[in-house]
Design a protein around this ligand. Structure first.
Ligand SMILES: [Mn+2]
Length: 323
């Protein structure tokens, strides 16, 4: 691993044009990590970096330093050949969508990730399946390079850690994650400020929308199953954007008896997107039956059925797991 750290440093030193990629449906880890490595390269290697996103850039993270630097990958000339392309938190190349071609065109390709399913699709692959977030890996890289981490970069890494551990509460929260958090706080990060900026800046209509969806929850099997649904007319009634649905399914799981919680969302006519959470049951066999994927306790799928039918189908499948 240390070898690839110095190899990466060497490639950065030699490169004149550098691009960094995040994955589609960007989250705090992919965006925080993107900013962290972009800012470090500009500061210590004096190179300009194109920091890109694909899809929709969520406003949730606009408190991050230099957030305005993000460029939509669709605004980049597809024929441009970069000396160096770095993908952060990108489990598979197709997660770069419109960026995949530009990534493939680059002279040197780098893949820094923590997904266990990552097959190592680049020239330099720094993949640590046990790392809680990509921010941890970057921190190790910068330390190995013996570079001081400025506060702005520490803040980006902190967001990566905060969001991928669900606020230090998922199973990936280990002594190492707390050690890193402690170091970042020593570097000037304020946990209170970052938490508020990240989680307590919802628009009013988002709070009301989420309360509405939670209030529509239906419980089954003595409260072990909690389901709620979101139709397109719910979305328009509250002027809701896609980020409005984030975190609602976790609220359903907070009910004492709930073992499996699900939010079903009508995306377009005849398509229902499902987010599932469980406390102890493995969700992967359920979502795989519907062509989905994810983690043991957090998974999802899209059912190509109208929402009412999808609801019944999923409920039956989930009930078969509970009984
Ligand atoms: Mn991640």
């Amino acid at each position: 691993m240390e070898n690839s750290f110095s190899e990466l440093r060497d490639k950065i030193e030699k490169a004149e044009s550098i691009i960094v990629f995040s994955h589609v449906s960007p989250d705090g880890d992919t965006l925080g990590s993107n900013l962290a490595i972009s800012l470090m390269i500009e500061k210590y290697f004096n190179k300009k970096v194109d920091s890109t996103f694909v899809g929709k850039l969520p406003n949730t993270y606009n408190y991050l330093p230099d957030f305005e630097r993000f460029i939509d990958v669709q605004d980049i000339d597809k024929t441009k050949q970069y000396d160096l392309a770095i993908a952060v938190d990108v489990a598979s190349k197709d997660r770069m969508v419109f960026g995949t071609q530009i990534f493939d065109n680059a002279k040197v390709k780098v893949n820094i990730d923590h997904h266990k399913t990552n097959i190592g699709y680049a020239d330099i692959n720094i993949v640590e399946g046990d790392a809680a977030c990509v921010g941890i890996i970057l921190y190790k890289i910068f330390r190995a390079w013996e570079l001081d981490i400025p506060k702005e970069v520490a803040r980006c890494i902190y967001t990566s850690l905060l969001t991928d551990t669900g606020g230090f509460k998922y199973e990936n929260t280990t002594p190492e994650t707390f050690m890193l958090a402690a170091d970042l706080v020593r570097l000037g990060v304020s946990p209170t400020y970052e938490f508020r900026a990240c989680y307590e800046t919802k628009p009013q209509s988002m709070v009301q929308f989420q309360a509405y969806v939670v209030s529509n929850t239906v419980f089954y099997n003595s409260g072990k199953i909690a389901f709620s649904k979101i139709t397109r007319s719910d979305m328009s009634k509250f002027n809701a954007t896609d980020d409005y649905t984030e975190g609602i399914v976790e609220v359903l799981r907070t009910s004492k008896n709930v073992e499996i919680a699900a939010i079903l969302k009508e995306t377009k006519e005849g398509y229902t997107k499902v987010s599932l959470r469980s406390k102890t049951l493995d969700l992967t066999p359920i979502v795989m039956d519907f062509g989905g994927g994810g983690h043991t306790f957090a998974a999802g799928c899209t059912i190509k059925k109208p929402i009412a039918i999808a609801f019944d189908k999923l409920l039956k499948r989930v009930q078969s797991e509970i009984e």
